[in-house]
Design a protein around this ligand. Structure first.
Ligand code: UGA
Length: 438
């Protein structure tokens, strides 16, 4: 049954959720205070690179199931459910999450909230946030017990729409039956399709998300820690990952060693979890996440070591970084390992060139000091070293015989290249987590 829904905040999370809700048949109003984003959205462009999203957005606009507004108006009062999808970035100078956008979302929706309607937070938050927001909502609306629920989102960039439509599980944290009933209606198509639906309290739902991302970050840093040992002992971390991954209790996913994790979620979420645990007096419980963070950041330094091992002093040496996005199929450069390596090499005096199939626009704004090159053939010219930092398909499928550089040396930062093929083409190859004889 179609419901009226608002989706507040139309970034990666909100835009995808709005489209997914429209696609399953609901009537969606997207609220976004940024005029530029609205201008783009109404033309069927989400404003960021996400495979399949713009096409589906255009379809839903044409079908009349989705519209966009700068702020709430009387039509928001007709909505049964209001999803809050605003960002919770890391607070500058602290590890904690900044929840100010959630507070303003609550302030903005309150005048338009019916007493039987439901506010649902989807943003990743420190455990305990939902209770505070409920109190804020009660004060703003005058309702004794406003309906506020938490429904964390587990989508991955690059497969965002598919993840939203076919999630591994749905988790809802609620305080009353009415909220559960409304959310069962919202997600009926997924529930009917057999997606596990877990109903919890607010704190558990909030913590599920932080825990999932902390676990994923831990898995990646675990294999990268093994990579550090492999590098000094002659072992091969990729083979090690494959071997331990056959044990179903361990599993082979998220065990790819390389330059490590980045993006707008994993790095900030582990830091926010540490900050919140400290506040709650149990900082020791997740103190190990400091090491997870440090292992991750050390992988970036390792690439610089490998560059120096080949080139000596990097000053004036042309280094081409293949990739700027934090992962392929995304133009997101937040906390990107590729970009961090580019900046480290630049700091060592290298003449750094960065290529990425889609993400350079975001880099140009933030790092005008970097030399960006959209044309891959041009980017190769005069390179003394190549660093594969984001495993885009076009890099994985490169024909090394057609790569024309000054010095044939490549670092495989994601362990995705066919080393023998590159060596046959005359390249010396280095990689993370294993020693390659050239
Ligand atoms: C992550 C989670 O995977 C999602 O479940 C979650 O919903 C999302 O954060 C979020 O909190 O919103 P995402 O940031 O899109 O999703 O990216 P991931 O696919 O998790 O990759 C994160 C980073 O880890 C990337 O830089 C990737 O290259 C790296 N990675 C991943 C590895 O280095 N090794 C691996 O084996 C896997």
């Amino acid at each position: 049954m179609a419901m009226k829904i608002t989706v507040i905040g139309l970034g990666y999370l909100g835009a995808t959720h709005a489209v997914a809700m429209a696609k399953v048949g609901h009537q969606v109003i997207g609220i976004e205070p940024n005029q530029q984003k609205i201008d783009s959205l109404v033309q069927g462009k989400a404003g960021f690179f996400e495979p399949g999203l713009d096409e589906e957005l255009a379809k839903q606009i044409a079908a009349g199931r989705i519209e966009f507004k700068l702020s709430h108006d009387e039509s928001s009062r007709e909505a049964d459910v209001h999803f809050i999808c605003v960002g919770t970035p890391q607070t500058p100078g602290s590890m904690a999450a900044d929840t100010r956008y959630l507070e303003s979302a609550i302030r903005d929706v309150a005048p338009y909230l019916r007493s039987d309607a439901l506010v649902v937070g989807k943003s990743t938050v420190p455990v305990g946030t939902a209770v505070k927001l409920t109190a804020q909502l009660a004060q703003a609306t005058g309702f004794d017990q406003p309906n506020l629920a938490w429904n964390p989102e587990f989508l991955r960039e690059g497969t965002a729409l598919e993840d939203s439509l076919n999630p591994d599980r749905l988790v809802i944290g609620v305080t009353n039956e009415r909220s559960e009933e409304l959310l069962r209606k919202v997600f009926a198509p997924m529930i009917d399709a057999g997606v596990p639906f877990l109903v919890t309290d607010l704190a558990t739902a909030e913590l599920v998300k932080a825990a999932a991302n902390a676990f994923l970050a831990t898995k990646i840093s675990f294999i990268n820690a093994m990579a550090e040992i492999a590098e000094v002992s002659g072992a091969d971390a990729s083979q090690l990952a494959k071997a331990i991954g056959y044990d179903e209790r361990i599993g082979n996913k998220f065990l790819r060693n390389g330059v490590g994790f980045g993006g707008g979620c994993l790095p900030k979420d582990i830091r926010a979890l540490m900050a919140r645990a400290e506040e709650l007096g149990v900082g020791e419980s997740v103190a190990y996440l400091h090491e997870i963070d440090k292992i991750n950041l050390r992988r970036r330094d390792r690439v610089i070591q490998l560059l120096k091992a080949e080139l000596g002093n990097l000053s004036g040496k042309r280094v081409l970084i293949l990739g700027a996005a934090f992962k392929p199929d995304s133009d997101d450069v937040r906390d990107s390992p590729a970009l961090a390596i580019a900046l480290l090499a630049k700091g060592e005096g290298a003449d750094v060139v960065v290529h990425d199939p889609v993400a350079l626009h975001g880099v140009a704004l933030k790092h005008p000091e970097l030399h960006l090159e959209q044309d891959l053939a041009k980017a190769f010219i005069d390179a003394d070293a190549l660093v594969l930092a984001t495993e885009w398909k076009e890099y994985r499928e490169l024909d090394p015989t057609s790569v024309s550089v000054r010095n044939k040396f490549i670092i495989d930062g994601r362990n995705v290249l066919d080393v023998a093929k590159w060596q046959q083409a005359g390249f010396r190859v280095s990689a993370l987590g294993r020693t390659i004889t050239n």
